[in-house]
Design a protein around this ligand. Sequence first.
Ligand code: NAD
Length: 421
Amino acid sequence: MSSKEKSSQVSGFYKLSIEKRIEFVQQFASLSKEEAQVFSSSLDVETADRMIENALGTFELPLGIAVNFIINGKEYLIPMATEESSVVAAASNAAKFARIHGGFATECSDPLMIGQMQLLRVNDVATAAQTIMNHKKQLLQLANAQDKILVTLGGGAKDIEVRILDSPLGKMIVAHLIVDVRDAMGANAVNTMCEALAPMLEELTGGKIRLKILSNLADRRIVKAKAVFDNKKMGGDQVVDAFLESYTLASIDPYRAATHNKGIMNGIDSLIIATGNDFRAIEAGAHAYAARNGHYTSLTNYHKDKEGNLVGEIELPMAVGIVGGASSIHPKAKLCQKILGLTTAKELGEIAASLGLAQNFAAVFALSTVGIQKGHMSLHAKNIAIMAGATGELIDKIADNMVEEGNVKLDRAKELISSFK
Ligand code: NAD
C-alpha cells in the first residue's frame, strides 16, 4: 500500500479473521513480519520484573484497532487496549460520520508541564515571593543543568511562577516550575528539577520545602479537537436536536457530566494504555480540568452549524510521551506507536483528543437514538455465556439466543447450556 492510497476506511473490518485484520494493519503501517508477530506475543516476565516491584507475571487486555479516522488530513488506524465491549466499534463508527466533512482538526499548545514546590514557615511571604522571582534566571539555570538532553532538544525549564496560598497552616508559597518536556510525558524530568531547586529555594526564602512534585493538572499542555458530524448520516434535524438535548444535561449537571466524561475516557485511556502511557495522569488531568471553572462539567461541547450538521469540540490536558516510561520499553506500546506513525508526543495527544471526541459522539448519539444497550448487548451476551460456563461454538450459540430473546442474564445462559447439552 503506497502512502498515497493508504486509507483507514474499511467496511466490515469486524467480519475479518484476526489474521486478516493483522495483515491489513501490517500493510497499512508497513510492519515487518517480526513486528506483526508482536500482536500475538506477551510481555516477557523479565521485562515486567524490571518495570514494577514484586512482579509475578503479566496481565493481558484485548488490543483492537479503530478504523476510519482522518485527523488533520492524515489517515489513522488507532490501537486501543480495553476490556470494555463496544468501545472500539463505537469509535470506528463515529469516525465514519466525521469523515464526510474531512475528519478531525486539532490544535495543541507547547508541551509545558508544571512542577510544584511547596514552601512553608516563611516569615514574610510577599518578600520571599519577590526574592524567588528576582532569582528566576539562576533557578532556571540550575533546573536545566539536571536535563541537558531536554535542553538540547529545545525543551527544559522555561519559567517560574509564584503563588501565595492561604491554608489551615497559615500562608504558604507554592512555586511553579514550567518545563517544556518535548516528547516525554515529563514527570521524572520535572520531579528531578524540582528536587534540585529545593535547597536553593529554602536558602532564598528561609522557609522549609515540603512537596516537590509534578502537577497532573497539566493546563499548559492543552489539546483541542473539532469535527463536523453529518446531519443526514445522523438521521436529520430531529436526531441532531435530540443529541443536543442529551448533551445539555452533561453541560449543567455533574452527575451526567461524570458519565459523559467517562465515555470520553473510554477512548482516550484505551489509546493511552496501548501506547504505554500513564492513564492515571491523563484521567487526573482531564477531570481536574473539567472542574476548572469551579463546577464539574463536560469536556466536550456541541452546537449545530448553518447546514444543520453537528459540530463537536473537545479540550483537555494531554500529558503523553513517545519517549520515557513504558512507552519506550513495552514492545506492544512501541508497535502501537509505529501503527500510528508517530513522530511527536504532540501528534499522540492530538489523536487522543480526536478519539475522545469520537467516543463521546458515539455514546451520546446512541443514547439519543436507540439507547446504549443495543450496541453493548452482543459482546456482553458472549461474556455472560462464558461466565455461565459455555465454551467453543456454544458461546456464540447461547449469546445469539439470549440477544434474540432480549433476555441476556446469567441464569438464562445456564438454562440454555443445560438445554443444549
Ligand atoms: P523519562 O524520565 O523516562 O524520560 C524523559 C527523559 O528522556 C527526558 O528527561 C530526556 O532527558 C530524555 N529524552 C530523550 N529524548 C527526548 C525527547 N525527544 N523528548 C523529551 N525527552 C527526551 O520519563 P518522563 O516522561 O520524565 O516520566 C514519565 C514517567 O513518570 C511515567 O512512567 C509516569 O508514570 C511516571 N510518573 C508520573 C508521575 C505523575 O504523573 N504524577 C509521578 C512520578 C512518575
